[in-house]
Design a protein around this ligand. Structure first.
Ligand code: CA
Length: 373
């Protein structure tokens, strides 16, 4: 802060303090009123939209979050914008929503940006990458740290507008039937692991398989796969993995804070009256908070349940294993940014932001969790 801006800051602060003792009028005069142009809005026109999700119909937390989002938009718009929610597979297959929203066949979609790595690899940085950022850090990067602009720019060529719309928080490392004591223990392991995490596992000598949610339990039970990751205690408990696996490992190094996204057909969004556009943005913010809160709330309850039932052993990956996985992650990301210009640009912002947070996170959140909780 230079001398002039410091003087101005102190002047404004003093006025704000004075406001409490009769100085309110002076403080208010000092605030420049923003010019708000009031556009013509036809309040009798109603819109009926569809949202398709990548989750099964009524999927806990994620599907529920979409239903809330639709309800909040309808409530805030006084019924002028109605959104019908479709689970994955009800209208189109789960992983076709990017295409369907992009070409305008469906107005909205809910999912995770890493599902679109095949369309645009840089999208992965807007969900999560191994050893990336936590929920709080991702929020900071995307909301005010420059991430949003890069994300919108990346999706613009698909006529899509992305918005943050939930976060699972740190996921669990996964379910295993043998102990992981050294990196060698991952060799030859067939594990369900999507995305960049799967590529990292492959470097450790494991075979990473992408198995659809509905088939994981049977595959693990029959030994088609030796291990699997899924989400966190709540969803993992509902899947019943604690009945067929011996070890439940943490942390989810591969998914430290996956952000979830709302994608909207951009042309259709821009054709809405400005108040409905603002309502969608506001509902997405609310849903972002609700989903993250519900994950923490339910995961805490179900972790206790898993422990109380006493059938599995809860273990952390040893530090040398995590350190090696981090090295492999650096190699995988390096390869990605060498091949793709967008990824290089997005990763530069992602990595710079993550590094800039290091000191602050270390003496605030990390210290609190380690020492005060
Ligand atoms: Ca997962």
């Amino acid at each position: 802060m230079n001398k002039n801006s410091r003087r101005k800051f102190l002047k404004n602060s003093t006025m704000a303090l004075a406001a409490g003792t009769g100085g309110l009028a002076i403080a208010c005069q000092d605030i420049k009123k923003p010019k708000i142009s009031v556009p013509y809005i036809n309040y009798n026109k109603t819109y009926e939209w569809k949202i398709t999700t990548t989750w099964p119909p009524n999927f806990p937390v994620l599907g529920e979050g979409c239903s809330h989002l639709a309800r909040w938009i309808e409530e805030m718009s006084g019924g002028r914008l109605k959104i019908k929610v479709y689970g994955g597979g009800e209208l189109i297959p789960s992983l076709e929503s990017f295409e369907a929203v992009s070409n305008g066949a469906i107005e909205m979609g809910h999912g995770g940006a890493y599902y679109w790595a095949g369309k645009t690899p840089a999208a992965q940085f807007f969900s999560t990458v191994p050893f990336g950022m936590s929920f709080k850090q991702m929020n900071a990067w995307i909301v005010t740290g420059g991430g949003r602009e890069l994300w919108e720019d990346l999706y613009d060529r698909f006529d899509l507008l992305p918005m943050l719309c939930g976060n699972t928080g740190v996921q669990m490392g996964g379910w295993f039937n043998k102990e992981i004591n050294t990196i060698e223990d991952l060799k030859g392991l067939k594990m369900r692991m999507p995305g960049l995490g799967g590529k990292v596992m492959a470097r450790a000598g494991a075979t990473a398989l992408l198995v659809a949610g509905a088939e994981i339990y049977t595959n693990l039970e029959r030994g088609v796969i030796d291990a699997t990751e899924w989400i966190g205690p709540y969803h993992d408990y509902l899947m019943g993995f604690h009945r067929i696996a011996k070890y439940y490992y943490y942390p989810g190094w591969h998914e430290p804070g996956p952000a979830l996204e709302l994608i909207i057909n951009k042309s259709k969004f821009l054709s809405l009256p400005s108040d409905l556009q603002a309502i969608i943005r506001t509902a997405a913010y609310r849903s972002n908070t609700w989903v993250a809160a519900e994950f923490d709330n339910k995961n805490a309850v179900y972790l206790d349940k898993i422990i109380e039932e006493g059938k599995v052993s809860l273990k952390s990956f040893p530090d040398p294993v995590l350190n090696r996985l981090r090295e492999y992650t650096d190699e995988v990301i390096q390869e990605l940014i060498e091949q793709d210009e967008d990824s290089r640009k997005v990763y530069a912002s992602f990595d710079k932001f993550r590094k800039s947070l290091h000191q602050w996170s270390t003496i605030s959140e990390k210290y609190f969790y380690n020492k005060l909780m």
